[in-house]
Design a protein around this ligand. Structure first.
Ligand SMILES: Cc1cc2nc3c(=O)[nH]c(=O)nc-3n(C[C@H](O)[C@H](O)[C@H](O)COP(=O)(O)O)c2cc1C
Length: 368
């Protein structure tokens, strides 16, 4: 039986496959979002929008790359990009148009606002009128916006997360996911606060605060804007182990809450790992920036092959399957001790069996 890549999340978000473009440059306007739907992405989280785009001023350059020493491959990616600087009204028109043209695809609006109840109410009400399927609250952008008490400045404080998620849930009529920052000691604390406030899902992770490196000619940190920089958000392959760990922690702490996992996904097998650790859907940002929107064909093909190889026909048969194998260090030591003891007993038993066989053989030879 051919495996199905379809999955329904929150009872009403029907994905024909679990691959979404994550909020960022890949979902920067209606045109590229339409292109990604045409190519087969199951859903898109749009570039984060806010009510007043005139306050958002980007710099150039705003990206930095970490390359592997041998193959020159980009393994890590830093950005100091802000949320969308395109006018809110233009976005509303594009969202309306996208839903009209692609009713079967999942369109999630990533939103961010200042610490004001009325602002969050306004953005939720005006955006949901366009017909989008859900919200992702960006509580996690690590640079630029925290200076306006937005993004990670909210997301790292569980009390603020609870309060702001509560405001959104007061007016939202569609599913709301809260996107977590990885730049905290225990991601389950803000995630738990969001869930207490009633959100319908958790997205993780946003980018990790980083410095990509220093230009060794000028001795200036990069990306260098007029000689200066700020720490930015790290993404791509290199962050995957950290993302997997945080997704695991969230999924284990809050069974039943849908997780949308991301951080360094570039192949179908990367995605399968996030699902084995509890992700219901997966998101890709840097992978699509580096390798193009077309990777969706390969992602779907590889995930399908993984399912065929393991005889899974439905994603839910393996979502969270590897979570049971996390334990404590104390328990690992006890298991190892027991395994050694069992091995010793087995090898003693083998030795006894051999001794018996040799004795019987010797006896047979002497009698003959
Ligand atoms: C250039 C760039 C811009 C991003 N902008 C946003 C954004 O506007 N809102 C948001 O929630 N996440 C944003 N992100 C974070 C991604 O959505 C994602 O959480 C992160 O990059 C990890 O996934 P990846 O390794 O697949 O890129 C951005 C990432 C990059 C690289």
């Amino acid at each position: 039986m051919q495996p199905s890549l379809g999955i329904t999340v929150n009872g009403k978000l029907q994905f024909d496959n679990p691959f979404m473009l994550a909020s960022g440059p890949p979902g920067t306007n209606g045109k590229v979002i339409a292109k990604s739907f045409d190519l087969g992405w199951g859903g898109v989280v749009i570039k984060t929008i806010s009510l007043d785009a005139s306050k958002v001023i980007n710099t150039a350059p705003r990206y930095g790359k970490l390359r592997s020493r041998d193959k020159n491959e980009v393994v890590g990616f830093e950005n100091i990009e802000l949320i969308s600087d395109r006018p809110f009204e233009v976005w509303l028109d594009e969202l309306r148009q996208l839903k009209k043209n692609y009713p079967g695809k999942v369109l999630i609006a990533s939103i961010m606002e200042e610490y004001r109840r009325e602002a969050w109410h306004e953005i939720v009400k005006r955006v949901q009128e366009t017909g989008v399927d859900g919200f992702e609250m960006n509580l996690s952008c690590p640079h630029g916006l925290p200076e306006r008490k937005m993004g990670m400045a909210m997301g790292e404080n569980p009390d603020l997360v609870r309060e702001v998620c509560g405001w959104v849930k007061e007016v939202a009529t569609i599913p709301v996911w809260a996107k977590m920052t990885p730049n905290v000691g225990h991601v389950t604390e803000p995630a738990g606060a969001a869930i207490q406030a009633g959100v319908d899902g958790i997205s993780a992770i946003n980018t990790i605060l980083s410095i990509i490196g220093i230009d060794m000619k000028t001795l200036r940190p990069m990306p260098t804007v007029e000689g200066y920089t700020v720490p930015g958000g790290y993404s791509g392959q290199a962050v995957r182990p950290i993302a997997l760990r945080q997704v695991m922690e969230i999924a284990r702490a809050f069974p039943g809450v849908p997780v949308s996992g991301m951080g360094g996904i570039e192949t179908g097998l990367d995605a399968a790992q996030f699902m084995l650790l509890g992700s219901h859907t997966v998101q890709v940002c840097t992978g699509a920036m580096l390798r193009g929107y077309e990777i969706i064909a390969e992602l779907k093909q590889d995930l399908t092959k993984f399912m065929v190889d393991h005889e899974f026909t439905d994603l839910r048969q393996f979502i969270g399957k590897s979570l049971a194998y996390f334990s404590t260090h104390h328990d690992l030591v006890a298991r190892q001790k027991q395994a050694k003891a069992e091995k010793a007993v087995a090898s003693n038993r083998d030795a006894e069996t051999w001794k018996g066989a040799i004795a019987r053989e010797t006896e047979a030879l002497t009698t003959n």
